[in-house]
Design a protein around this ligand. Structure first.
Ligand code: FES
Length: 119
């Protein structure tokens, strides 16, 4: 899949994380030290929105219980989260932030907020 425009560069200033939607896919976009990162917006601990957290020197901090996720790999650096978040290829050109989502990105929904299966 091609890169898709997500936001203007100015919408994600340095040290900030914001929430965006690409179709039905909810992502967090953060900038640290001038570089932009894109990832799932759902913490793998208890599904808090990572866009409500903070961009830090070490990674993206979930404000609910303090896990920090590596910007590149999505691996949790600090507990309580034990599983990585998904990270997405991102690039910035001509003042635009573009993200490439995998075909199954829409399946990356919060586990605990999913509707109950009727099957
Ligand atoms: S929900 Fe993110 S650390 Fe608990």
């Amino acid at each position: 899949m091609d890169y898709q425009r997500v936001a203007r560069s100015g919408q994600v200033p340095d040290g900030v994380v914001r929430r965006f939607f690409v179709g039905e896919v909810e992502i967090a976009v953060a900038r640290w030290a001038g570089r932009v990162y894109a990832m799932s917006n759902y913490c793998t601990h208890l599904d808090c929105l990572l866009s409500s957290g903070h961009a830090t020197e070490d990674g993206l901090l979930c404000s609910c219980h303090g896990s920090v996720f590596d910007y590149h790999s999505g691996e949790p650096i600090t507990p309580p989260a034990t599983r990585p978040i998904r990270t997405y290829p991102v690039r910035e050109t001509d003042g635009q932030i573009l993200v490439r989502l995998p075909p199954d990105a829409a399946e990356d929904r919060p586990r605990r907020r999913r509707p109950e299966s009727t099957a």
